[in-house]
Design a protein around this ligand. Sequence first.
Ligand SMILES: *[C@@H]1O[C@H](CO)[C@@H](O)[C@H](O)[C@H]1NC(C)=O
Ligand SMILES: *[C@@H]1O[C@H](CO)[C@@H](O)[C@H](O)[C@H]1NC(C)=O
Ligand SMILES: *[C@@H]1O[C@H](CO)[C@@H](O)[C@H](O)[C@H]1NC(C)=O
Ligand SMILES: *[C@@H]1O[C@H](CO)[C@@H](O)[C@H](O)[C@H]1NC(C)=O
Length: 765
Amino acid sequence: INLREFRFVQTMLFAIEEINNSSILLPNVSIGYKVFDSCGSTLPSTRAVMGLIDGVENTGGKSCSSVHVIIGASESSSTIAMQQISGIFQIPMISHFATCACLSNRKEYPFFFRTIPSDYYQSRAMAKLVKHFGWTWVGAIRSDNDYGNNGMATFIEAASQEGICVEYSETISRTGSREHIEKAVRVIRRGTASVLVAFLAQGEMDVLLEEVLRQNVTGLQWVGSESWITAKYLAKKRYSGILTGSLGFAIRKAKIPGLQEFLLKVNPSKDPQSSLLREFWETTFDCRFQSNIPGTKLCSGSERLQDADNEFTNVSELRISNNVYKAVYAVAHALHRMLICGSNAYSVSHSCILKEHVEPRKNVNFTLPSGEQMYFDENGDPAATYELVNWQKNHVGDIVFMTVGKYDASQQNWNQLSMNNLQIIWAKESLEIPLSVCSENCLPGFRQAPIKGKPICCFSCAPCAGGEISNKSSAECSQCPLEYWSNANHSKCVPKVIEFLSYKETMGAVLAAFSLCGASLTLIILCIFLWFRHTPLVKASNSELSFLLLFSLTLCFLCSLTFIGRPTEWSCMLRHTAFGIAFALCISCILAKTITVVMAFKAKRPAKTIPQCSAPLQRTSVLGCTLIQVLICVIWLVFAPPFPHKNTVYANEKIILECVLGSPIAFWVVMAYIGFLALLCFIFAFLARKLPDNFNEAKFITFSMLIFSAVWLTFIPAYVSSPGKFTVAVEIFAMLASSFGLLFCIFAPKCYILLLKPERNTKKN
Ligand SMILES: *[C@@H]1O[C@H](CO)[C@@H](O)[C@H](O)[C@H]1NC(C)=O
Ligand SMILES: *[C@@H]1O[C@H](CO)[C@@H](O)[C@H](O)[C@H]1NC(C)=O
Ligand SMILES: *[C@@H]1O[C@H](CO)[C@@H](O)[C@H](O)[C@H]1NC(C)=O
Ligand SMILES: *[C@@H]1O[C@H](CO)[C@@H](O)[C@H](O)[C@H]1NC(C)=O
């Protein structure tokens, strides 16, 4: 006799008696019942239903004895078999323990209800649980029946959505061959997954455990389904080495007031005809009522059930029994709503009668005497809430079921599974969460690379690309934000280096030093010229223009400083315009000088009168030429001024802080204008190069213009190629080189004579 099932029966009787006693629920109506033993298999179950149908036929529809509802069965396959018959006769059925998700199919089973949640929810909850503890590589075993197959199919589907891989999925059948069971256990033993998800009915669990024990498979972390996870009889010493630490979802534990007293009153003397009661009594007390075999203990019938601590009398773990209780109450409430009660014209008493035709589809929503709310959803299922149960050893070494969390399918997805902070004991009585993965997580800086022909949970590790990072828990590399770049081992995003030519670095400092040197040198030459301003050489070389040229060269040297340092709005605007104007001024001066020389000699006038008479013309031409450049720059600044810009496109690992031209056309116009002036200068100087030697600067000017052009022509390809600080450096270099070129070509020979050969500084020479 299965004591658990026997307790279910007694719980049903208790509920019926409670309703019979109630004056509110079904007043003056008694509920009758018949109990059949289905033996946990389909054939006796169908036979029992056939018997009931037979009864319906025989009584010819007299409501007093017709069957209104079937409560059962304890298992999905039998329930399905019974439904196929009872459904035809529209007899509603309420199951307390058939969890197969297939039974929620309203088209196929319109008269089926249950007080236990569908496996649809349990399988999902199990997948969530496995995911919660980071197990991505699990084994699976199931009963080879509707319960196991459907439950496992849903689990595997939900698990693959959560990114969990199932290493193997084996079946067990209680009636299957021994070889089949041995083979399944061998697969489990050889598997590398340390977590085993067992969607098994109690019967299969028994045969599996025996074989597991025989092959000595230990250390597995079991995750169980509700059918065995709270089965007290499995928590025996014999299996404790295997099953301690098991985790699984169970129906919520409940208290049924008065049930214990009712159970303890069970006695064969109440119904001497019942063989079930006698068998129960004999099993519990290990005695016989009648025996011919000498030496066997005879039952007296007065043994005390209080003294026998077994699965029947222990009401500390009422889970499925509560479902039976709820099922009976659901029937009572449904019937109650169909009652025609009270005092109508023909009836004097307050008795109630049931309607002739019992309508099976009625919504019920009621509160149990224990305070629990109960209703069926549109599929005939109750609300899905589970307790997470962990098998732990208590201080005397017995296994107890500790509730360590819960699952509520009506909650938000992320909130469904919650833990209650109790210490979970894992397999091998360990306090550490076991690891069950195919491949360990990759180190930071690596991503998971799938291996061909293997499940996604088995992977190798490949390094992240530049600008991508990953941590230990991420499968993929993720791109750093725009202004960030990965660090050396790709574990963090760090701000990109901002690149510009600064005073602090060697190149910037050297260029700045050269520029200051050049400016100082120019000023020194200016001083020398001022000192010797009354000597023939200075007078002859057009002193006014020379001073202006020296001044503009100083500006040319100094404006290269605006190119060094962090670009700001002001320095960007200053850079090119200062450069353009300073150089335009400089070249204009040289141009004026050259034109003067050419005109003087072409005019064939006495030498000493030349510089003075053309002074106004020179001033106007210098001013005019420079003003044109100033005008271009003003237009540029007003309509499209240059501005600083963080260039993230050109280089990945750094940000180039550069001055964007604003209007490239304006920039090239400025450059072209300088080029144009330089070209004019060159042409005039070239024309004048053959003129009388002593007075002639044209040679030097030609040479300086050649240097100038060469420098700037080489600058152009460098400038239009890569942006960055080197381009800026090249630009500064070009400016310094051409300034130095002009300075040396035009002033070095004169300084040489002024300082070292004063004897040649005569009017005659
Ligand atoms: C229900 O109560 C009536 C009397 O109120 C009693 O005769 C009958 O046996 C009871 N039935 C059950 C199943 O307890
Ligand atoms: C029903 O009423 C009878 C008599 O009042 C009582 O002995 C019995 O315990 C009650 N049963 C339940 C389940 O309450
Ligand atoms: C059941 O009834 C209670 C109140 O009696 C109500 O709060 C609850 O929403 C109802 N449930 C359903 C599913 O109708
Ligand atoms: C790992 O990276 C993911 C995103 O890639 C992030 O959500 C998670 O918080 C990170 N974990 C740690 C420990 O940094």
